[in-house]
Design a protein around this ligand. Structure first.
Ligand SMILES: NC(=O)c1ccc[n+]([C@@H]2O[C@H](COP(=O)([O-])OP(=O)(O)OC[C@H]3O[C@@H](n4cnc5c(N)ncnc54)[C@H](O)[C@@H]3O)[C@@H](O)[C@H]2O)c1
Length: 341
């Protein structure tokens, strides 16, 4: 049995990590750590965990075999460094770090300690993403030449409870300060593009819209364009201002892969997942995009067998974050230039 310790008992831990660890044969939630005592007690009660800590050193000495880092991005660096010192393998949430230097140091520290560092790109493990990976490998749409990946939403809205009288919704505000939608959400799409095509991105740029007009450096609606080594092109569109002040939330999420001999189309709102080729249209089973349970099944197997399978590495995390930041910086730089064509 692998005894798991979780740092950060916030939103993603409560709906994603903790239920999935609890349900995965071979894994057990051993200890929880957070700076917020009320949150710790709430998660301890809900998941029946014995040991809770506000002290990081005591947490690491509590008999754990694996640490899951689900704290906010600015403290991932300290938590991975501590895991390396205490010789614990890590699954760290995205974005891996606040900058490339930190991400590099985190990867080096874990490597020098001889330990694996995985990144929580949970979208890889949805049945849809795995199926797309397989269809691409089987050349079902010929050579993939273009990817259109879109997630426009409001990051739960600008205001608490979507009510302007209740003040700014701080989670969304903090995500905007940490780099905006491409760094927060787009890293998943960038990771999928690299993983599906099996081809590195060699050029990247970004353009953005500041729907809010002011308040943040990063654009709140951004387009990334990337060229892969094999000649394929990826476009990622991500927004945090798609109806962010409206009473009723709206969003659009799709994947489209355009190949020399067909298309793969996935659409959340229309519940479409299909492969379109000269043989006709194959309808596939539609599922949601995230899969924490699938990620933990793979992680357990990886740790047990030593085969890394589809687990995203620290280097995958660094690369996706680097590309997301480059696209965001490029959009900011374009905004500052006089636009004369
Ligand atoms: N993979 C995904 O699909 C996904 C989804 C949401 C969030 N995330 C990522 O997960 C991370 C956490 O996001 P969240 O939405 O749960 O945030 P959150 O703010 O809801 O939760 C973070 C928790 O960490 C705790 N914390 C803060 N500082 C700490 C410290 N120094 N030591 C220990 N605990 C500390 C907070 O008290 C809080 O309980 C972020 O990196 C975010 O980008 C990933």
């Amino acid at each position: 049995m692998i005894r798991v310790g979780v740092i950060g008992c916030g939103v993603v831990a409560s709906y994603g990590h903790l239920p999935a660890i609890q349900d995965t044969p071979g894994l057990r939630i051993e200890s929880l750590m957070d700076v917020d005592v009320a949150r710790l007690i709430e998660m301890q009660t809900r998941f029946g965990v014995d040991k809770i800590f506000t002290d990081l050193d005591l947490f690491f000495q509590s008999g754990i075999d694996l640490v899951v880092i689900a704290s906010p991005a600015p403290v991932h660096f300290d938590h991975v460094q501590a895991a390396a010192r205490y010789k614990k393998p890590v699954l760290c949430e995205k974005p891996l770090a606040m900058n490339e230097q930190q991400a590099g140091e985190m990867i080096r520290a874990m490597h020098q300690a001889g330990l694996p560092l995985y990144v929580g790109f949970t979208y890889r493990f949805s049945p849809v993403a795995l199926e797309i990976h397989r269809l691409v490998r089987e050349n079902r749409i010929g050579q993939v030449r273009s990817l259109r990946l879109c997630y426009v939403w409001d990051c739960h809205g600008k205001y608490n409870d979507r009510d302007p009288t209740k003040g700014l919704y701080l989670r969304r505000h903090e995500r905007m300060l940490e780099g905006g939608p491409m760094v927060d959400c787009g890293v998943h799409q960038i990771d999928l593009a690299r993983w599906w095509t099996g081809s590195e991105i060699i050029r990247v740029t970004g353009l953005g819209a500041w729907v809010e007009m002011e308040g943040y450096d990063a654009p709140d609606h951004i387009y990334l364009h990337a060229d892969h080594e094999n000649g394929c092109h990826t476009q990622v569109e991500i927004s945090f201002t798609y109806g962010h002040t409206s009473k009723d939330p709206r969003c659009e999420f799709w994947y489209e892969l355009i190949g020399t001999e067909g298309l793969i189309r996935y659409n959340r709102q229309q519940r479409i997942f299909e492969c379109v080729s000269s043989e006709g249209t194959e309808k596939r089973e539609w599922t949601e995009e995230k899969n924490f349970h699938g990620m933990y099944r793979e992680l357990e197997q990886t740790l047990r067998t030593g085969r890394s399978g589809n687990m995203p590495s620290g280097s995958d995390g660094l690369t996706a974050t680097r590309l997301a930041r480059l696209a965001t910086e490029s959009a900011v730089a374009w905004r500052k230039q006089d636009a004369s064509i």
